[in-house]
Design a protein around this ligand. Structure first.
Ligand SMILES: [Zn+2]
Ligand SMILES: [Zn+2]
Length: 255
């Protein structure tokens, strides 16, 4: 084991695999929220995976049938225009749904009263609602997020070069901030943890106030008296403000 890592965790059991290479790569790619950049990439990877040859793999098909995808990810999968892969997914998924529903549908057909029929309808509704919970892509993203956030905190605490490079970014988005803080507690201790809390929060505060200033200036530019003034690069400040608030790369539902 890396001796720096041992020192950082103080001999505690390792729960997260370090992902130093992708975290460094994302840091060098742009100055946006590092976790958003990593999560966007992870999401694209999982989408490609489920639309690729994995659909032929019996194990994956079982997972797809039992867990499936959330509404948003089904939409993303549809827009990727991979009819054969999505056709296979839809085929087995509907087969499984039909298998689960059929006994209750048969009972409903034979129901002699509205009350009995209502019981069957409730069971059918329950089965259908249960099929909307869970998403293979969201849960894979959640696992990847934990590893990335842990690595970010770990590198920040143990590598001065990383810390200096990180300081040049705009900092973490508001969506990822609380999640990162929770994980930092597992990666860092004492003074380093305190430094991390203070430093990352200060950076977020700066980002917030810059975004606020930019979006405010943008709104002012719609006033007729400011017609001839300079946009100061704030034409897309609303988009940047929303990205700061909600994050760009994130799972689409709770897992
Ligand atoms: Zn983010
Ligand atoms: Zn999802």
């Amino acid at each position: 084991m890396d001796p720096k890592y041992r020192a950082a965790i103080g001999g505690r059991v390792i729960k997260y695999k370090l992902e130093t290479i992708p975290v460094w790569d994302a840091l060098q790619e742009n100055n946006e929220c590092l976790l958003c950049t990593l999560m966007e990439k992870a999401e694209n990877r999982y989408i490609d995976y489920y639309l690729g040859s994995s659909v032929m793999n019996p194990e994956t098909r079982v997972q797809v049938n039992t867990t499936g995808f959330c509404h948003t990810h089904y939409q993303v999968l549809t827009k990727a225009v991979k009819p054969q892969a999505l056709g296979l997914i839809a085929n087995t998924h509907l087969q499984e749904t039909s298998r689960q529903l059929e006994p209750e549908i048969q009972r409903l057909k034979k129901a002699g009263s509205a009350k009995k029929a209502r019981t069957s309808i409730s069971k059918i509704a329950q089965l259908l609602k249960a099929r909307e919970t869970g998403c293979l892509i969201c849960s894979s993203m959640d696992t990847a997020f934990n590893r990335y956030a842990y690595t970010l905190a770990y590198l920040w605490g143990s590598d001065q070069e990383f810390r200096a490079a990180y300081a040049k970014t705009r900092g973490i988005c508001l969506h990822h901030f609380p999640l990162l803080m929770d994980i930092a507690e597992k990666a860092l201790q004492k003074q380093t943890l305190l430094d991390f809390y203070q430093n990352i929060t200060e950076q977020m505060e700066k980002h917030l106030s810059a975004a606020l200033e930019e979006v405010h200036w943008m709104t002012q530019m719609f006033k007729s008296e400011n017609r001839d003034k300079d946009w100061r690069g704030c034409q897309d400040a609303h988009e940047r403000a929303i990205h700061l608030e909600t994050g760009r790369g994130r799972r689409k539902q709770e897992v």
